[in-house]
Write a protein that binds this ligand. Sequence first.
Ligand code: CDP
Ligand code: MG
Length: 142
Amino acid sequence: MERTLAILKPDCVRKNLIGKVIAHIEEAGFKIVAMKMLRLTPEQASAFYYVHREKSFYNDLVKFMSSDRVVALVLEKENAVEDFRKLIGATDPKEADEGTIRRLYADSKQENIVHGSDSVENAKIEIAFFFSQSELIANGVD
Ligand code: CDP
Ligand code: MG
């Protein structure tokens, strides 16, 4: 079964929206197979978003992503990567479709509530960023 990596970002945690967003994810048919709360260091946030290092928004993004705790989840479903991107909507909540998580809950292009992997290949890399192989095995989802 396909997997994707989701992150409930610091704005989601600060706005007490963890439960609502997870309910949305489960109602859409995703199985949560691993989950943890943690605070990223600026170094970890920089590494996670390394692909965007040349972008004008990179430094602010790193500051934001390390500003508070996040919740990382491994989600399982057929076509998980693409379906989760559809569920969260466009990066900018103003451009996100009606009913998507970002349209419903996000305040801005930066503070957009949730991250979702953009390809199956990146999902594997991002899952390994947050979860060790032994943690996934311990969950029975190696
Ligand atoms: O998260 P997504 O894949 O939709 O967007 P991205 O282009 O990969 O950008 C990663 C994250 O950087 C976004 O989710 C936003 O939090 C942030 N960002 C921003 O602050 N300003 C932009 N112009 C674009 C992205
Ligand atoms: Mg992206």
